[in-house]
Design a protein around this ligand. Structure first.
Ligand code: FES
Length: 694
């Protein structure tokens, strides 16, 4: 459909046009419609009415000024004045100040043209953008308005055939297929629309035949898509306009499969133990997705039947259960995926209640424990798009780890267990109002102060008790567990081996005996919140698993350090990078280079929804990512044992040491008496390592 780009050489009758934000530019004959120039350069500007100046989808803005870097002086005089078509559109629907219809406005001189991301034709409720990233649009679904020739007794071509013919003539769609459910409706729709109809056309791969997946009388001006991340705990969804790229609503819900098992492996066990287990979990997650679609549609005032495309990501077990595939093989070595490549479905095949002809695309999985969600996060953060060595970690009950740069990318998963989510911790809980989320310990007095979710004040500030009356102080959430253990280490309460120093009990009533070990009293009251030796062990096991996985990938890459770290997922959004590093969860790195990126998997799904080229990009990338199976690596165990210490038994943390004063190394045996690390202690760690691997 696109003509070749002309060489940017000057000519009296040509002008230089630069499109933003894509930065694509080219020379065009004066008089060329701006929409045509955009198409020629491959700049995505939406058009539903085929240039009839009725849909308003092709709006652009001209930027005025001198753009020295691009050698362009752009002016409103360099675009044709508003003509009768634009005036009519303005009268009927209103054209915002500064906006032009690019199908009608023509090039009269050098121009910088802005393609706004927020073209809003019908006033809609717009929620704040879930991501401020600019995603160039090239959706797999396009709306095309056509006026079909009326039937003629002398021309025997059927109504559908004439529809296809005009779609080819006006829009360039060749070899069109049509969703079977539409065939009996074609005649009625054509007559209802008085021969003017809008076809929703789906084409994902350039090599695939385009499909008419929807047909509507008259001009239809809205098409939506959903991007959804199915997590084991939470399902997150964006509802997006495929025409403007605007996020209309974002929401989440808990994954109802939790009732079958808290973590992934218990859900696989449920399938193995119960003949109807797989069906029940598939049904539960699909129902939840459908309810969530209802929720985002209600919020965005959108009819769910206007959703034409759906992109899903999820970890391998969620991926399999959602698609109705038995995940049993993923529960045991060699962790075989039923399918690792990308998948295409009709949404109704997966029971997703949207437009009848809607399509569904599932991103590829990277490996048996590194799923389509990690592929989504990889697409979003793009380690392969840059030279820096980037570490991308998504921490859940299973940490998915990707490390690489433009030369090579490697990936693995590591069994961190649920400790980071507050499970296995005596006072642990999920992040919710009342949960302690921040902790500081005075190294002199060992007195703590903390903050709870839902209350702004610290616990030592005046008015805290009053402010916390509604929420209460109920437990410790994942981010605070990291902080409290790291603060205990920085205050000298625990040794680098993670043992609570019993001799400290003389200094502070906060150190309390607990059988043969000691605990730290974080809050005296109801409930009494302590950090026990077992809690610290659980955190050590989890962080050692994560770090050993990271370290293994660093060894594969042959690097001693990483340049930048991205924490994906909800856990990463609340974690303080400094404490994560003090604990030795992640390798040494400039603290300013450690960033939380939120639901990167969901952002990746959004990118794949709005631009089908991103689907090809991640498909190619996933095929070349090297997968490392931590369980098969002989030195994983040693790396794990080293990583039990804080921050690490062997690895230096020079950058962290510049930002934080780490305590001098001292070892304390498990019964709380200071001394060297004993062989007995090491063998216990090794046993723990083996347990964790098993
Ligand atoms: Fe529809 Fe310009 S393409 S108004």
């Amino acid at each position: 459909m696109n003509a070749p780009v002309k060489a940017p050489e000057a000519s009296a009758k040509e002008a230089l046009v630069l499109f933003m934000p894509s930065g694509k530019r080219g020379r065009f004959a004066v008089g060329t419609p701006i929409l045509e120039a955009a198409r020629t350069l491959g700049v995505y500007v939406e058009s539903v009415c085929g240039g009839r100046a009725t849909c308003g989808r092709c709006q652009v803005e001209v930027q005025e000024g001198s753009f020295a870097k691009h050698k362009i002086v752009s002016s409103l005089d360099h675009i044709s004045p508003r003509g009768p078509k634009e005036d009519r559109y303005n009268r009927v629907r209103g054209l915002p100040e500064g906006r032009r219809l690019s199908c009608s406005a023509t090039i009269q001189g050098d121009l910088v043209v802005d393609v706004p991301q927020d073209v809003q034709v019908n006033a809609q409720v717009v929620r704040k953008a879930a991501t401020d990233r600019v995603i160039e649009r090239n959706a797999a679904v396009q709306l095309c308005y056509v006026e079909v020739e009326e039937p003629d007794m002398h021309k025997p071509l059927g109504d559908l055939d004439r529809l296809k013919a005009v779609l080819e003539k006006d829009w360039g769609w060749k070899d069109l297929l049509i969703a079977p459910h539409l065939i009996p409706q074609v005649q009625g729709i054509l007559r209802k629309g008085n021969w003017g109809v809008t076809a929703a056309i789906h084409r994902d791969m350039d090599s695939s035949r385009p499909f008419i997946i929807g047909l509507y009388p008259g001009l239809k001006n809205e098409a939506y898509g959903i991007a959804c991340d199915i997590g084991s705990t939470t399902i997150a969804m964006h509802l997006v306009s495929l025409l403007s790229g605007r996020i209309v609503a974002s929401s989440g819900t808990s994954n109802p499969q939790i009732r079958f098992g808290e973590d992934l492996m218990s859900r696989v066990s449920y399938v193995m133990m119960n003949p109807d287990g797989r069906e029940a979990m598939t049904k539960a997650v699909r129902e939840a997705v459908n309810k969530l679609i209802g929720k985002v549609c209600a919020e965005g005032n959108v009819d769910r039947h206007d959703i034409f495309d759906c992109v899903f990501v999820g970890n391998p077990i969620m991926h399999h259960l959602f698609l109705g595939i038995d995940p049993t093989e993923l529960g045991q070595a060699p962790f075989a995926l039923a399918v690792s490549g990308p998948l295409q479905y009709w949404a109704q095949e997966i029971d997703i209640e949207v437009a009848l002809g809607a399509r569904l695309y599932m991103l590829p999985c990277i490996a048996g424990h590194v799923g389509a969600d990690a592929a989504g996060a990889t697409l979003s953060e793009g380690p392969y798009r840059q030279d820096k060595m980037m570490l991308l970690v998504d921490v859940g009950t299973n940490a998915e780890i990707v490390l690489g740069n433009s030369t090579r990318v490697v990936a693995a998963s590591s069994p961190t267990g649920p400790a980071f989510e507050g499970a296995e911790i005596s006072s642990g809980q999920r992040a919710a109002p009342g949960a302690i989320e921040r902790v500081r310990i005075d190294p002199q007095t060992l007195e703590p102060k903390f903050r709870v979710i839902g209350v702004d004040k610290w616990s030592d500030e005046e008015g805290f008790d009053e402010a916390a009356k509604t929420t209460g102080v109920t437990g410790i959430c994942g981010s605070a567990i990291i902080e409290v253990v790291a603060e205990m280490y920085l205050a000298g309460v625990i040794s680098e081996d993670g043992v609570v120093d019993g001799t400290m009990a003389e200094r502070s009533p906060r150190i309390i005996a607990n059988g043969r070990t000691f605990s730290y009293l974080l809050r005296d009251g109801e409930p009494r919140i302590t950090v026990t030796q077992n809690d610290i062990r659980a955190i050590q096991l989890a962080k050692a698993a994560l770090y050993a996985g990271v370290k293994l990938l660093m060894e594969k890459q042959g690097v001693e350090t990483v340049d930048t770290i991205r924490f994906a997922g909800a856990f990463g959004s609340f974690i303080d990078p400094k404490y994560a590093m003090v604990l030795g969860l992640i390798p040494d790195c400039e603290l300013s280079e450690v960033k939380a990126v939120g639901n990167a998997a969901g952002t990746g799904a959004l990118m794949a929804l709005l631009n089908r080229n991103h689907r090809r990009e991640i498909e190619i990338e996933v095929a070349s990512i090297e997968k490392i199976e931590t369980a098969l690596e002989p030195n994983f165990q040693q790396l794990f044992v080293n990583a039990m210490a804080m921050p690490n038994k062997i690895d230096p943390f020079p950058k962290l040491s510049q930002a934080v004063t780490l305590p001098p190394r001292k070892n304390v045996s498990e019964d709380g008496i200071a001394g060297d690390a004993t062989p007995r202690r090491r063998s216990r760690e090794e046993r723990a390592a083996r347990r964790n691997r098993d």
